[in-house]
Write a protein that binds this ligand. Structure first.
Ligand code: NAP
Length: 345
């Protein structure tokens, strides 16, 4: 437990948890920078939604569960003095000049820092069709590698036409009685090798060009039907399935920094060259927030390390400027600046 006061200017605030954020916290805490992590309520990122992680190095003999891996990341960062706020960052005000002070708001509390590491990650893209949200966890899923085992010998569907959809279909085909791949175009975005591999599997079927119009529940409340619409003719058809896996890509969680740092067309934060530097001095970005290609726990952890080192070198080399970005004035300032306790539990 460590308090943050109106006058305190942190060395580094990390926004977001997950492998990138917690690894950045581990490195900056070991560098005695006493990082403050604004980790969100659902801390741990996408790995909190997975079961076994078998491809994170160091865990032979069956791997480790996603939530346990994230708990270990967090515990290890805490061992070296990282402080956590289990709440959402709601607004950022970023200084323009090198050495300036940035402000991260959590509701009405403001926290100031010389450097900010953005590690808000990405979320699975949603179809936004009726039934999708209601049937989440009751047949509709975004992760075949997590949930395939619940659909042994059951008819299932994968929605999407990229490499992720192929990878998920191939994995799911080992459990399900059949996997229907539904894609909105006749051509696939997936690489030839992945497509060929999926096409060579007997219990994978193909339906194009179809979009999902709706997911419909059966009498027991679980998913029973995917209502599809031909994207060229408009014709509708129903397919009976027990499980539908949506694999249409990811969405970086960059809303918080929209207009503050450069992002690409899809909303991924752009960093300079091989570094984690954004265009803003003292602001760094790591993990799935910047990476639409690799998106692995181990690559996110690696980029969290890079961000921590970039922040450390920046603090070492950049003279301080006193004016904080977003600093409220007068009595209001005293009331608004964070006086709350950052609880590490
Ligand atoms: P992606 O390549 O962007 O593909 C997304 C797919 O979902 C596209 O086919 C797209 O259709 C479809 N889609 C998007 N929004 C949709 C919507 N609202 N309704 C219906 N369909 C929708 O994403 P990804 O497959 O997640 O792959 C991301 C990156 O990771 C790629 O660079 C990929 O190569 C890489 N990756 C590689 C591997 C590997 O093993 N080599 C495995 C996984 C991922 P359209 O084609 O019509 O736009």
């Amino acid at each position: 437990m460590t308090s943050s006061s109106p006058s305190k200017i942190e060395n580094v605030i990390i926004v977001g948890s997950g492998p990138a954020g917690y690894t950045a916290a581990l490195y900056t805490s070991r560098a005695n920078l006493e990082p403050l992590v604004i980790e969100g309520f659902m801390w741990g990122g996408l790995l909190q939604q997975t079961t076994e992680v078998e491809n994170y190095p160091g865990f032979p003999g069956g791997g480790i569960s996603g939530p346990e891996l994230m708990q270990r990341f967090r515990d290890q960062a805490e061992d070296f003095g990282t402080r956590f706020i289990t709440d959402q960052a709601t607004k950022l005000e970023l200084a323009d000049e090198p050495g300036g002070v940035h402000t991260v708001w959590v509701g009405k509390d403001a926290y100031r820092a010389r450097t900010v590491i953005l590690a808000m990650g990405a979320e699975h893209k949603k179809l936004d069709v009726p039934g999708e949200e209601e049937l989440g966890g009751r047949g509709v899923s975004y992760c075949a590698t997590c949930d395939a085992a619940f659909f042994k010998q059951k008819p299932t569907m994968i929605v999407g036409g990229g490499d992720s959809a192929m990878e998920e279909a191939i994995f799911l085909s080992k459990f399900a009685s059949k996997v229907v791949v539904v894609h909105r175009r006749a051509e696939f975005r997936a690489s030839k090798i992945m497509l060929d591999r999926a096409r060579s599997i007997d219990n994978i079927e193909w339906l194009t060009p179809y979009a999902v119009a709706e997911f419909v529940a059966g009498e027991q409340g679980g998913l029973q039907v995917a209502r599809l619409r031909d994207t060229e003719t408009g014709e509708e058809r129903d397919v009976e399935i027990d499980g539908a896996f949506i694999a249409i890509g990811h969405e970086p969680q960059s809303h918080l920094v929209a207009g503050l740092v450069d992002t690409d067309d899809e909303g991924y934060v752009i960093t300079e060259g091989r570094s984690t530097r954004t265009g803003r001095p003292g602001v760094f970005a790591a993990g799935d927030l910047v990476d639409h290609t690799y998106r692995q726990a181990v690559t996110a952890a690696g980029s969290g390390t890079q961000a921590a080192l970039d922040a450390e070198w920046y603090l070492r080399d950049t003279p301080e400027v006193q004016t904080p970005a977003g600093m409220p004035e007068g009595d209001l300032a005293e009331a608004q600046w964070a006086s709350s306790t950052a609880d590490g539990s």
